[in-house]
Design a protein around this ligand. Sequence first.
Ligand code: IMP
Ligand code: MG
Length: 183
Amino acid sequence: MNKDIAKVLLSEQEIDSIVTKIAADIDRDYAGSDKKLVLLCILKGSVVFMGDLMKKIKLPVEIEFMRVSSYGVSTASSGRINILLDLHRKDLSECDILVIEDIIDSGRTLSYLTEYLKLGGAHSVKTCTLLDKPSRREVDFTPDYIGAFIPDEFVVGYGLDYNEKYRALPYVGILAPEVYENR
Ligand code: IMP
Ligand code: MG
């Protein structure tokens, strides 16, 4: 295990079962739609989850990417959302957008993006997150698909970073507090 990880929260095997379950739920829920199912990956943290999830969804999917600012260099949310990479599609009214997130903390990113995509004219907008920290919520927001609820700990791995590090770890782990306390 990486020396900076205090504890593994979700192992590779646990993540695999979670992703399999979410993919089956998505297949069931969108089976009757005649719109294009578009998985919208929120860069960068969701890229590993999205890659695994899209392979397990049996329905045809298209993929898109957006990047929004969330955290700077600290482990606390700034509360401000800036769009750094936007979605440019002319056929949003023909699309069922499923936003793919790595983790929900304050809820600000997903509540903002959901409104933004609806105002943009998407036929439907739903949200899917691998991890949810409900105790940290600052705005009232409930995602449609949730992989696992986790306690208020700063986690890394499986796409999630701390200062751009640890994204490639195959599991989700709690970052040892001394890593960010002693900076
Ligand atoms: P929210 O807008 O506060 O819900 O923030 C969601 C974003 O914050 C996620 O997409 C992550 O980029 C980041 N984030 C929140 N908690 C963590 C964590 O424990 N580890 C790494 N990134 C996190
Ligand atoms: Mg991040």
